[in-house]
Design a protein around this ligand. Structure first.
Ligand SMILES: CC(=O)SCCNC(=O)CCNC(=O)[C@H](O)C(C)(C)COP(=O)(O)OP(=O)(O)OC[C@H]1O[C@@H](n2cnc3c(N)ncnc32)[C@H](O)[C@@H]1OP(=O)(O)O
Ligand SMILES: O=C([O-])CC(=O)C(=O)O
Length: 385
């Protein structure tokens, strides 16, 4: 029997040519392009097409995809109505998972099972990819209004993906600088090899579940605080610390009681996550453009990162992508519980790229276990126990 490795550490679960990580050197590349270049020169729409198709698109290809996304922003009336009946104080990740799973009822995938057990309907796969990517941010921003008892802001087809998100979220004309920052955040969060939520997507996809079932499984998996949910925890943690002077004592106490420092540590990276470095730069640039006003959250975060590096660095524990993203979103006026939904909006690109890659050569995931339970027991009737 093969060795059991908790958390499947180091166990390859698939072959993929979508993204690459060198965790010792802090390298991340999508389809061979370094994340730093994509963050500096691409936009979310283009990066998504790169992830889906494997190549940087021509301007015609990009324009066509972008216009499909813009035309598919409207969310069905029934889904809006359903959202109005969800608990207003429920977590937006649960709302998002519910809405995505419900959308699947309108687009059944059964018709695309052509004779064999593989989904060969490329039009269905493409159309559903567009619908999911186009509608996820719309659902997230609609919820921001619906849960406060207001009508959602209607999407605008003249705005880019990131601009439309900000417009629908605030109801105001999007600030170009904030839109560019959000666009970069979306690029940084779009893909990351076989992380837990992408693995969940692959497991669901391997049963030939519909793309909506696949994305709903991935959203549920991303929501946990050990994964995408950590960005929200980081901001609560920084509020709890309060100010840079408190960092050292706070950290001693947490480490002594073996508690987690949110936004730190990674299964793959043994150095600082390259996405955290880019996000930190964005945060500093935003502060500069606001006359050098550094947010108290950022000041505390910088002090915590320094102190934690000294204590946890020897274990290879450094800031991950979730460490700075929440601070940036908070500075952009986004509510804390919307941070992970924004992550999900971006990661839909990676989830769908992996789902499509796997469909082309699918085999159901069915690992084994090491049984540690009892054997050979005799059933005892209830009145004799
Ligand atoms: C988008 C993302 O998903 S990025 C990750 C977001 N998650 C977080 O930020 C939550 C905090 N971090 C963690 O819980 C972990 O680092 C994970 C879940 C990301 C990775 O977990 P694993 O790969 O299983 O790491 P593991 O738990 O084995 O940690 C190795 C060592 O580093 C320590 N460590 C790892 N992360 C942390 C942390 N955040 N705070 C304190 N110590 C930590 C562990 O206690 C362990 O120490 P030990 O060897 O003395 O027992
Ligand atoms: O790769 C991981 O395990 C977690 C992560 O950083 C991501 O999904 O972006």
């Amino acid at each position: 029997m093969s060795e059991y490795l908790p958390g499947l550490e180091g166990v390859p679960a698939t072959r993929s040519n979508i993204s690459f990580i060198d965790g010792e050197k802090g390298i991340l590349a999508y389809r061979g392009y370094p994340i730093e270049q994509l963050a500096a020169h691409s936009n979310f729409e283009e990066t998504t097409l790169l992830l889906l198709d494997g190549q940087l698109p021509s301007s015609d290809e990009l324009e066509q995809f972008d216009s499909q996304l813009r035309r598919n922003r409207r969310v069905k009336y029934n889904i809006r109505e359903m959202m109005k009946h969800l608990p207003k104080n429920g977590h937006p990740m649960e709302m998002l998972q519910t809405a995505l799973a419900s959308l699947g009822m309108f687009y059944p995938s059964n018709e695309c099972m052509v004779g064999s057990d593989l989904c060969e309907d490329l039009d269905y796969i493409h159309n559903m990819t567009v619908k999911i990517i186009a509608r996820m941010p719309v659902i997230v921003t609609m919820w921001a209004h619906i849960r406060s008892g207001y009508d959602p802001v209607e999407p605008r087809p003249d705005l880019s993906y990131a601009e439309n998100f900000l417009y629908m979220y605030t109801g105001a004309e999007p600030d170009p600088e904030l839109a560019r920052i959000l666009d970069t955040c979306l690029i940084l969060h779009a893909e990351h090899t076989i992380n837990a939520s992408t693995f969940a997507a692959l497991v669901a996809g391997s049963t030939l579940a519909s793309p909506y079932g696949v994305i709903a499984a991935a959203i549920g998996t991303l929501s946990g605080p050990l994964h995408g949910g950590a960005n929200e925890k980081v901001v609560h943690m920084l509020h709890e610390i309060g100010s840079p002077e408190n960092v050292s004592r706070w950290l001693d106490r947490k480490l002594a009681s073996k508690e987690k420092i949110w936004g730190m540590g990674h299964r793959e990276y043994k150095v600082k996550d390259p996405r955290a470095t880019i996000l930190q730069g964005l945060m500093e640039k935003l502060a500069e453009s606001r006359g050098g006003r550094v947010s108290p959250l950022l000041e505390t975060a910088l002090a915590l990162e320094d102190a934690a590096e000294a204590r946890l660095g020897p274990k290879g524990v450094y800031a991950n992508v979730d460490f700075y993203s929440g601070i940036l979103y908070a500075e952009m006026g986004i509510r804390t519980d919307q941070f992970t939904p924004i992550f999900a909006v971006a990661r839909a690109a990676g989830w769908l790229a992996h789902w499509r890659e796997q469909l082309a050569d699918n085999r159901i995931f069915r690992p084994t276990q090491v049984y540690t339970g009892e054997t050979g027991r005799e059933f005892v009737p209830i009145d004799q126990r």
